[in-house]
Design a protein around this ligand. Structure first.
Ligand code: CA
Length: 647
């Protein structure tokens, strides 16, 4: 048993005179192990192996704070262990019921001044979560963390799949950073990032032929900032705090907390295949709901006039057309984007909301988050950052029966901004409102922490295809990354699934979609998002294949289980999701050749499934196919096309 092995390691270490003290924590299945000790200068460090193969080499740990430093000449003086075995239900994520079994070790270090720091490691089958905790001692009840010494040192054969952090206060109306940068795949560890500002989470690494590691963090609330990886330096990716210039320089870079207190969890998902990377639930395993809601939030599908018809569509008549489109598709929602305050006004908006409700369509309304930190003029502005105005506005929204808000343009990961995210969520829940964030950071456990949180953009989303042909050209490439990276750790509000050939109001010329219709249908399954605002337009009711419309009427947005069948980030992916007793298996091909796959899909063995397929010249078809009794499936996917099987 691991606990025994684990205790043996402690004893051996304790009695060894030549080595520093050392703790080994094994996963319950013993395949993953983490070693924690101090290096020669007494700095805490950790490493990880999977099936005996090194996946993370000795990597630095420690904190520099205004109460003292917990970095050098530290002694590992104690370890407390515990086995965790919990089952929890969670809506909105890739699976609805999770069993989390982990071995936990709380390692206590002491610095030369006698100050204590705990580092807790939770090790489960394919995940390591760790965090720092500081006690209340020496009369200190608060602390500011100047810097974390946390870093990650990968074996030399490692390549990276990363998206850079950008400079602060760049982009549209000085709103960045907003996690809207392009990925570079299979890059050498030493290749610098585009802006020299490191990388945003989540960060994927391929340890050569040995396996994969996905780095991220979870449990970030108003009590800390969001972090990222700094530039690769001396063989290590250091953890980095937000940049000084974020939010126009407002708010401090260094997070502060009351004592006793803990940092967020930093997570490593580790496997010899990509399966644990795509299927991990670690973002939710180690966090708890921060409040209970008295409201019952209903997930679902919606239309969104702005994505194809842009700002000009924010008028009464055009919005009526999108309400009618939602009604025709049986969708629950329509999302009304920026400028509704100026173009329509509150009084007529009340009337439009009533009209929608009479057609069984509910409304999400857009707000700017700002604010005093960017140049946004789209309205409504200056409401969500002020608690008095915010609560007054939310009271009005509730009185109109509005079901949710989309809040845009945050532009930073400082603790000050995390407080704003949390304040909006908390006030919105008081008024029965769901919240979608755009122009924002990634969620960090928020699906579980905040009951009314339903989505974040934090990705180069569908709007970029509308703005720029380049993003149409790389759509398939990006789509094969998200199930392994961005969307694996949290809801991704991509706002996609186009059926227009041309991405504008006329659908006649302009930015051209390069992927097939069934590719688009597949993204409705690949992109996990419990409130899906699809990029449909009223013309699609008559110009899109009926097969596609029928599919989108039926496709779920909430899932009970997610399984990776096959894939490689940047090339192709086949992913299965189950809702109730129905499986959807979605495959897409980002290469320029036909992809011939031999797949094992045991849960479809012997079943007859509906197979959707196409190529760019041939209209989508759906036909029944019978899966062999052994669950083997031969699948062919055309370039930039997709396949979906529905059982
Ligand atoms: Ca955006």
């Amino acid at each position: 048993m691991n606990l025994k092995t684990f205790l043996t390691a402690i004893c051996l270490a304790t009695f060894s005179s030549t080595f520093a003290q050392l703790v080994t924590v094994y996963s319950p299945d013993s395949l993953l192990s983490v070693v924690v000790d101090c290096n020669r200068s007494g700095q805490p460090q950790f490493s990880a192996t999977y099936k005996g193969v090194p996946m993370l080499e000795s990597s630095p740990l420690g904190l520099r704070t205004n109460n003292g430093n917990y970095v050098d000449s530290m002694k590992l003086v104690d370890v407390q262990t515990r086995q965790i075995d919990k089952t929890y239900k969670q809506s909105k994520i890739k699976t609805s019921e999770v069993q989390y079994k982990a071995n936990e070790a709380i390692c206590t270090f002491v610095n030369p001044s006698g100050q204590r720091m705990d580092i807790t490691f939770n090790v489960s089958s394919n995940d390591v979560a760790f965090r720092y905790s500081l006690p209340r001692e020496f009369d200190k009840a608060s602390v500011t963390i100047f810097q974390e010494e946390t870093g990650f040192r990968f074996p030399q054969q490692t390549t990276s799949f990363l998206t850079p952090q950008c400079d602060p206060m760049i982009g549209w109306k000085r709103t960045k950073p907003s996690y809207e940068e392009e990925y570079v795949v299979d890059a050498a560890l030493t290749s610098p990032s585009l802006y020299g500002q490191g990388y945003t989470f989540p960060c994927l690494f391929r340890i050569g032929e040995d396996g994969w590691v996905l780095l991220s963090e979870t449990g970030v609330s108003s009590r800390y900032c969001g972090s990222r990886l700094g530039e690769y330096t001396n063989g290590v990716f250091p953890l980095a705090f937000p940049m000084e210039g974020e939010n126009n320089g407002n708010g401090s870079v260094a997070p502060a907390m009351a004592l006793p207190g803990s940092t967020p969890w930093r997570t490593l998902t580790i496997g010899d295949t990509l399966q644990p990377i795509a299927e991990t639930t670690i973002a939710w395993d180690v966090v708890d709901p921060l409040y209970e809601s008295e409201h019952n939030y209903k997930m679902g599908k919606g239309t969104w006039s702005w994505i194809l018809w842009q700002d000009e569509s924010i008028n009464y008549e055009d919005l009526q057309k999108f309400i009618d489109l939602s009604a025709a598709m049986g969708f629950e929602y329509t999302l009304i984007d920026n400028w509704w305050d100026k173009n329509i006004g509150k009084e007529r908006m009340g009337q439009l909301i009533k009209e929608a409700q009479a057609k069984n369509v509910d409304v999400f309304l857009w707000y700017s988050s700002s604010g005093y930190w960017n140049d946004i003029e789209q309205g409504p502005v200056n409401m969500m950052d002020d608690p008095i105005i915010r609560k007054r506005e939310m009271k009005w929204l509730q009185s109109q029966g509005v079901k949710g808000i989309k809040v845009d343009f945050f532009g930073g990961d400082k603790q000050e901004t995390m407080r704003l995210y949390e304040a909006i969520l908390s006030d919105a829940d008081d008024h029965g409102l769901m919240v979608i964030f755009h122009g924002c950071t990634i969620p960090r456990g928020w699906e579980r922490m905040y009951p009314n949180y339903v989505g974040s953009e934090a990705v180069l989303a569908s709007e970029n295809m509308v703005f720029n042909q380049h993003h149409c050209d790389v759509e398939a490439f990006n789509a094969t990354l998200h199930p392994f990276i961005r969307n694996s750790v949290g809801i991704m509000e991509y706002g996609g699934t186009f059926l227009n050939k041309y991405l504008n109001k006329g659908n006649k010329s302009g930015k051209k979609r390069m992927t097939s219709d069934v590719f688009q249908l597949a993204t409705a399954v690949l992109y996990q998002n419990p409130v899906q605002n699809f990029a449909l337009a009223p013309n699609n009711l008559t110009d899109a294949p009926q097969v596609c419309l029928d599919y989108l009427k039926a496709v779920p947005t909430e899932w009970d289980e997610t399984r990776l069948i096959d894939g490689y980030p940047g090339k192709y992916v086949v992913l299965a999701r189950r809702a109730g007793d129905k499986w959807y298996v979605a495959g897409i091909n980002a290469t320029d050749k036909e992809l011939k796959l031999k797949l094992d899909i045991p849960f479809l063995a012997g079943k007859t499934v509906q197979m959707y397929s196409d190529d760019k010249e041939v209209l989508p078809t759906v036909k029944p196919i019978k899966i062999k009794a052994n669950g083997r499936v031969d699948m062919a996917i055309n370039p930039e096309c997709g396949v979906v099987m529905v059982d």
